[in-house]
Design a protein around this ligand. Structure first.
Ligand code: HEM
Length: 433
C-alpha cells in the first residue's frame, strides 16, 4: 500500500480552488504527477486527491458511490440551491430523485420539442436580420436567454406569460443577465422563491395543473410515505432546475458555436443535416432521432469543453484506488476537462473530431473516459432534455445561417462552477447563398 505522490505544499500554485487558469494548472500537475496525486489546499487547510483515471472515476461515481458526498463544489452553490436535488445527500437525495425522475422520462421530454423549435426559429430570425445588416451577434447572451426561456417554459408553461405581465418583464431574467454568482446575487435569486410559492398556491386554488415541471412537483407523491413535496423543498427544486437546466446548456452552446464557426467543413455537414429537421417546423421527434452528425458535434464539444468540468467529492470512509489508500474524509477531484483529453483514451485529444462519436468508435472506448453528464446514480437527470434541446437549436440555426470563423486566437476559459468562454463570444453570421 503506498501514498500517491504529493505535490510539495502548501503553496499558492497548489490551491486548485483559487486563482486563474485552474484547468491549465491542473494539466501541468497531471503531466508531472500522473493520474493520481495529492495537493494541499490552503483555503481548506486540507489535502485534495486529484484522480484522472477512468477506473477510479468509476469507483468514485459508480461502484462505491455511497462512500462519497459532493463536498467542496456543492458547498459553494448551496446558498443558491438550498436542499434541492443537486445539493442533498443520502436517503433524502434518493427520495428527491425518485420524485423527480419520471418528469424527465423521454415521453415527457418529447412534449417540449415545440418550445425548442419555436425558440430556435425566433433566434434564427434575429440572427438572419443581423446577417443582412452585416452585424456581429453576441452568441453568449443569446444562448443564455434562449436556454433560460426553455427551462422556464418547461417549468411554468402557460403561467410564464402571466408572470411576465404581472412583473413588467421576466423576473427570472437576472439569472441570464448577471454573470456574478456572489452573495448579492444569491439573495436576489432566492427571493424568486416567493413567486414560485405564489404560482403553486394559485394552481392549487384553481385546481389547474398544466403538464409542466411545476405541476409535476405539486402532484407527485413520495412512493414510500405517500407525502407531497414540502413547500420549502418545492422552492429549492424549482430554483435548482432553473440554474442546473440553464447555465450548463448555455455554456455548452457557446462551445458548439465556437467550434462550428472554427470548422467550416463540419459546419456545412451540420447545416445539411439540420435541414432535415427544419423545413416544415412541425414538431416531429422521429426526425430528431434520425440526426447523426449533429449529436456527434455536440458530444465532441462536450468532450473538449465539458461545462461541469470539475466534480468534487468527499470520502466518508477510507477507500482504495489501485495501490493507493485514500483516508476517510479526503476530498477527491475529478477533472472531466482533462479526463476527456487523456491521451491513453483519446487519439489526437485536443482536436475537434466529431466522427469519434460514431457508434463503432465510441463502443471501443473506456466507458468512464467520457463523463460530461457525470455517471452513476447522480448523473445528470436532464441529459435527454439538454441533448434534445441542443440538437433542435443547432439543427434549425445551422440550416438557416452560418458563422464566419472567429477572429483572434483561442478563446480564454473561465473555469468556475461552469466552464465557459471568459468573454462573451461574438460571431458574425452570414446567410447561406
Ligand atoms: C449541456 C447541459 C448539461 C450538462 C453538461 C449537465 C451536467 C451535469 C452534471 C455533470 C451533473 C452532475 C454533477 C455532479 O455530480 O457533481 C448534473 C446534475 C444535474 N443536472 Fe445537469 N447538465 C446539463 C443540463 C441539465 C438540464 C437541462 C437539467 C434540467 C432541466 C439538468 C438538471 C440536473 C440536476 C437536477 C442534476 C442533479 C442530479 C442529482 O444529483 O441527482 N441538467 N448535470
Amino acid at each position: 500500500m503506498s501514498n500517491p505522490r504529493s505535490v510539495p505544499g502548501p503553496d499558492e500554485a497548489c490551491d486548485l480552488e483559487r486563482g486563474d487558469d485552474k484547468p491549465g494548472r491542473m494539466r501541468k500537475l497531471w503531466q508531472r504527477y500522473g493520474d493520481c496525486y495529492r495537493v494541499h489546499s490552503q483555503t481548506r487547510a486540507a489535502d485534495t486527491w486529484v484522480i484522472n483515471h477512468p477506473d477510479w472515476v468509476k469507483r468514485v461515481l459508480v461502484s462505491n458511490h455511497r462512500n462519497y458526498v459532493k463536498g467542496v463544489g456543492i458547498e459553494r452553490v448551496r446558498v443558491l440551491l438550498g436542499n434541492g436535488i443537486m445539493a442533498s445527500e443520502g436517503e433524502r437525495w434518493r427520495r428527491q430523485r425518485r420524485m423527480l425522475q419520471s418528469a424527465f422520462h423521454r415521453a415527457r421530454i418529447e412534449g417540449l420539442f415545440g418550445i425548442w423549435l419555436r425558440q430556435a426559429v425566433a433566434l434564427a430570425e434575429r440572427w438572419q436580420a443581423a446577417a443582412r445588416a452585416g452585424e456581429a451577434v453576441d452568441v453568449s447572451a443569446a444562448v443564455s436567454e434562449t436556454t433560460l426561456r426553455a427551462v422556464l417554459e418547461a417549468l411554468f408553461s402557460e403561467d410564464l406569460d402571466a408572470l411576465e405581465r404581472a412583473h413588467g418583464g421576466n423576473p427570472f431574467l437576472l439569472v441570464s443577465s448577471e454573470g456574478r454568482r456572489d452573495l448579492q446575487f444569491a439573495v436576489r435569486f432566492r427571493a424568486l422563491g416567493r413567486l414560485v410559492l405564489e404560482l403553486a398556491g394559485r394552481r392549487r386554488r384553481e385546481r389547474r395543473f398544466p403538464p409542466d415541471l411545476l405541476s409535476h412537483c405539486l402532484q407527485v407523491r413520495d412512493k414510500s410515505t405517500g407525502e407531497a413535496m414540502p413547500e420549502r423543498l418545492l422552492v429549492d427544486e424549482i430554483l435548482t432546475l432553473v440554474v442546473a437546466g440553464h447555465e450548463t446548456t448555455a455554456a455548452a452552446l457557446n462551445w458548439v458555436w465556437y467550434l462550428l464557426a472554427s470548422h467550416p467543413q463540419v459546419y456545412e455537414r451540420v447545416s445539411e443535416e439540420g435541414r432535415l429537421l427544419d423545413p416544415g417546423q412541425v414538431p416531429d421527434w422521429s426526425r430528431l432521432e434520425s440526426l447523426q452528425w449533429i449529436p456527434r458535434v455536440i458530444q465532441e464539444a462536450l468532450r473538449l469543453y465539458p461545462p461541469g468540468w470539475l466534480y468534487t467529492r468527499r470520502a466518508l470512509e477510507a477507500d482504495r484506488f489501485g495501490d493507493y489508500r485514500l483516508p476517510a474524509g479526503s476530498d477527491v477531484f475529478i477533472c472531466s476537462y482533462l479526463l476527456h483529453r487523456h491521451p491513453d483514451y483519446w487519439e489526437r485529444p485536443d482536436e475537434f473530431l466529431p466522427q469519434r462519436f460514431a457508434p463503432q468508435q465510441a463502443a471501443q472506448r473506456h466507458p468512464y473516459a467520457y463523463i460530461p453528464f457525470s455517471a452513476g446514480p447522480r448523473h445528470c437527470i436532464g441529459e435527454t432534455f439538454a441533448m434534445s434541446e441542443m440538437m433542435v437549436h443547432v439543427a434549425v440555426l445551422a440550416a438557416r445561417l452560418r458563422f464566419q470563423a472567429p477572429a483572434g486566437g483561442p478563446v480564454a476559459l473561465e473555469a468556475d462552477v461552469n466552464l465557459r468562454p471568459r468573454e462573451h463570444l461574438w460571431l458574425r453570421p452570414a446567410l447561406w447563398q
